[in-house]
Design a binder for this molecule. Structure first.
Ligand code: SF4
Ligand code: SF4
Length: 108
């Protein structure tokens, strides 16, 4: 899978900002503390369409994710997410997920 076909999707109204995904990425790939392949940027709640909601943003290095998901189609960042709001995979699949309810942040 090359980076043109891959993305990361977060359902922002379900994301707790716990950063378990960020920790799991290091665990999955074994890189040192001087590197960060994926950051979950924690932000203050924002008003969206008149409602106050969380809006944490995933910032992955998608070239790393492309190689990682080739080895493991369900990487640890996804499987540890307590609210199951994180998806990494092919853009087509992510766009299909976005048709479901919720508010989404897509990183491609
Ligand atoms: S897909 Fe792999 S490289 Fe990308 S954030 Fe998840 S664990 Fe890290
Ligand atoms: S593990 Fe899930 S809930 Fe926690 S910060 Fe990552 S995407 Fe959000």
């Amino acid at each position: 899978m090359n980076t043109e076909n891959i993305g990361m999707l977060v359902r922002v109204d379900a994301c707790l900002g716990c950063q378990a995904c960020q920790v799991a990425c290091r665990e999955e790939n074994g890189f040192g503390y001087d590197e960060l392949w994926m950051e979950m940027i924690r932000r203050k709640p924002q008003k969206v369409a008149g409602e106050l909601r969380n809006y944490h943003v995933g910032a992955p290095q998608l070239d790393k994710c492309a190689a990682c998901t080739e080895k493991n189609h369900r990487p640890l960042c996804v499987s540890v997410c307590p609210t199951k709001c994180l998806y990494v995979g092919k853009k087509d699949a992510l766009l299909a997920v976005m048709e479901g309810p919720g508010h989404w942040n897509l990183h491609v």
